[in-house]
Ligand binder design. Structure first.
Ligand code: MSP
Length: 656
């Protein structure tokens, strides 16, 4: 079985994960799933970059030592990836011993080959990017991030990057696929042609790094350390059998801001180690994608304009988050993020598109053929057209996935959905069902639609792993969709007579304003876990990350009481909201709660609930709410389940 080894950048632990980091990891996960369906043995590595001044400073600001800080944020990353079901195979942390062994090994080979020497640096330095800056003016802005630089003088070990200029240019010329997309390759080539200067790869100004072998004063430059994780993460310096099996990397996925490190420094570091060490192959491809921006600016923690993935996944589902990220951004270019377009796409492409097609087709098979896929008779022109569209989409989408053109692959797949929608509208099977004479024709139409749905579902699986598996099962397919070989996918594979499962809606339509409000409320709660947002609706509260502990005095600020629901009614125009009058002991409060999809008004009257009584009043759909009913938010879709009491409790009693 051929192997495919791909990586994400290892993320800095100076900040918590946001949508930008999630984007790269989602792409990697999609490629991993796709490659597995094409018969590859895939290894997908991610991890955290834990050394350097930024982390040292962030830890200091948080009042903990760097290791404790790194442990905390690294866990946030791995937990978030699990929550989003991003199925990486390996996770590497640069503070692990196995990683340090790998770094020392690679470095030793470069030392042996004479590519490292001692020198001095005096000049401006950007602490944030850990970058020496050419401009000698005191406080000159960093060319990468614009922050003021600091003056430093230090003795360093230098890497003879200048010796690799020709070899790098030859690499780019003989392997045009090495840097993608093409425009990025041109930028890198122009940079290297401009001349390469030697690179300082040690620091004496900080302690938080991999120690320089045999010289205690120095730690390794964080980028030498970090890049080597792509090798140590699969066993370099630790488990040679594994390393031999998977190296070289087939794909390093990165954001465009770190292209120079990957396309220039990294291959040079590997080349340097090859000369006197073991023969190491170079990574095969570096793909630099664009940025998610907010109003034209890169989404980043330092700019404070980040969106978080968890609330989106909880309100719309993990697959909706993935779909949006891959469909909206042309891979390689920048794209602006907005909740508005997120929810619009959800409703148009997922709820009205795939979700609606699946439920229509399956429900008709259920109703007209007792849940059995009908036998098609020889199709006419229109059936041939649908079959041709689906077969064409298989070939086109596979090629587009292969080139990592996700938005185009999704367009191709959704083209089939549009074709089938049109086919159904034109042939009106619901009308034919009224006429017994038309049964054979009806069977052909529903077979054709179901088969196209099967193909769409299989093709969309790498992007929508959860919902496509649900539809797959509803189509009566019992082998996991992930184990399907995409190369075997072809028209006609659906067996007549297959019993379908119970049709269940995927991607229910949402009300735009309401969905955005829920997402934003949850974001607020994650950002400020100690100060619950002034939400009165029982929107599923996202759990505060374990790392954000609060003192008892913070908890005491939240006044919770036992309440009894006196009356309950729906809020006009809002499917999710109920208006409750709740007795909290000394008064009866009006509270609006987002629980209408789960609880009927009449079953709530008389029920004892836990109420947060000291929230600021807030209007929801124009109705004032004075408090919040406490509910568990049940994954995956955040369904609310009211908190209650097993024993008798008096109304007004305080919860502590
Ligand atoms: N630690 C380095 C990488 C070392 S790799 C050997 C680093 N870490 S980072 O935490 O800053 O993550 C940067 C990566 O996160 C980007 O390369 C990109 O993959 C992703 N993104 C962060 N913000 C992003 C956007 N606004 N948009 C898209 N991706 C972004 O750099």
């Amino acid at each position: 079985m051929p192997k495919f080894y791909l990586t994400t950048p290892i993320y800095y632990v100076n900040a918590r994960p946001h949508l930008g980091h999630t984007y790269t990891t989602v792409i990697a996960d999609t490629i991993a799933r796709y490659k597995r369906m094409r018969g590859y043995e895939v290894v997908f590595l991610t991890g955290t970059d834990e050394h350097g001044q930024k982390v040292e400073r962030a830890a200091k600001a948080a009042g903990v030592n760097p290791q404790t800080y790194a442990d905390r944020i690294s866990r946030e990353y791995s937990e978030l990836w699990k929550e989003l079901d991003l199925a990486y195979d390996r996770f590497i942390r640069t503070t692990e011993d196995r990683h340090e062994r790998g770094v020392h090994r690679l470095l030793q080979h470069a030392l042996d080959a004479g590519y490292i020497y001692k020198g001095h640096y005096e000049g401006q330095y950007c602490v944030f990017d850990e970058l020496y800056v050419d401009d000698p003016t005191p406080g000159a802005p960093c060319p990468d991030c614009g922050r003021p630089t600091e003056r430093i003088r230090e003795e360093n070990y230098y890497f003879k990057l200048s010796a690799f200029q020709e070899r790098l240019l030859e690499l780019y010329e003989t392997h045009p696929e090495f840097i993608q997309p093409e425009t990025r390759r041109n930028e890198v080539m122009a940079f290297v042609r401009g001349g390469l200067r030697d690179l300082s790869i040690s620091r004496t100004t900080l302690k938080w790094g991999v120690p320089w072998p045999g010289d205690d004063k120095h730690v390794l430059y964080v980028w030498y350390d970090a890049l080597t994780s792509y090798m140590s993460g699969i066993g370099y310096g630790d488990d040679e059998v594994q390393f031999e099996k998977y190296w070289p990397a087939d794909l390093h996925l990165i954001g465009k801001e770190i292209l120079r490190f990957h396309a220039v420094y990294w291959p040079a570091f590997v080349m340097a180690a090859t000369e006197k060490g073991e023969p190491l192959e170079l990574p095969k491809q570096i793909f630099a994608h664009g940025w998610w921006t907010f109003a034209g600016e890169k989404m980043s923690k330092s700019r404070g304009n980040i969106a978080l993935p968890q609330p989106i996944a909880q309100v719309l589902g993990i697959d909706a988050l993935r779909y949006f990220l891959l469909r909206e951004m042309v891979f390689g270019q920048d794209s602006n993020f907005s909740y508005e377009s997120l929810v619009t796409r959800y409703n148009s492409d997922l709820a009205n598109g795939l979700g609606n097609l699946a439920s229509r087709v399956l429900t008709m098979i259920q109703n007209y053929f007792e849940g059995e896929i009908p036998e098609p008779s020889a199709g006419g022109e229109r059936e041939v057209a649908v079959a041709r569209a689906a077969s064409g989409a298989i070939a086109a989408a596979l090629e587009q996935y292969e080139r990592y053109e996700f938005s185009r692959a999704l367009e191709t797949i959704w083209g089939v959905i549009a074709e089938v929608d049109k086919y159904l509208v034109e042939n009106k099977p619901w009308k034919l069902a009224e006429d017994g004479e038309q049964r054979a024709r009806l069977g052909t139409i529903l077979y054709t639609a179901a088969e196209a749905l099967r193909i769409v579902t299989a093709l969309a699986h790498p992007v929508l792993p959860h919902t496509t598996q649900q539809i797959w099962q509803q189509l009566g397919q019992f082998r996991a969709l992930a184990s399907l070989a995409l190369d075997d996918l072809s028209w006609g594979g659906l067996a007549a007579g297959t019993r379908i499962g119970e049709p269940q809606a995927v991607f229910p339509r949402v009300k735009k304003e309401e969905a955005i409000e829920r997402i934003e409320t949850m974001e607020e709660q994650i950002r400020n876990p100690a100060q619950p947002a002034a939400s009165a609706a029982a929107t599923p509260a996202a759990a505060a990350p374990a790392s954000h502990k609060i003192g008892i005095e913070d908890f005491a600020k939240v006044e919770m009481r036992v309440g009894e629901v006196k009356t309950a009614e729906r809020v006009a125009g809002a499917d999710k909201l109920l208006k409750l009058m709740v007795d909290i002991g000394d008064e009866v409060r009006q509270i609006v709660a987002g629980i209408a999809e789960v609880y009927k008004p009449e079953e709530l009257v008389g029920r004892k609930v836990a109420v947060v009584v000291n929230l600021l009043p807030r209007k929801l759909r124009g109705v004032e709410s004075n408090g919040m009913i406490v509910a568990a938010s049940v994954p995956p879709d955040g369904k609310p389940v009211l908190a209650g009491f097993l024993e008798e409790v008096p109304v007004g009693a305080r919860l502590k």
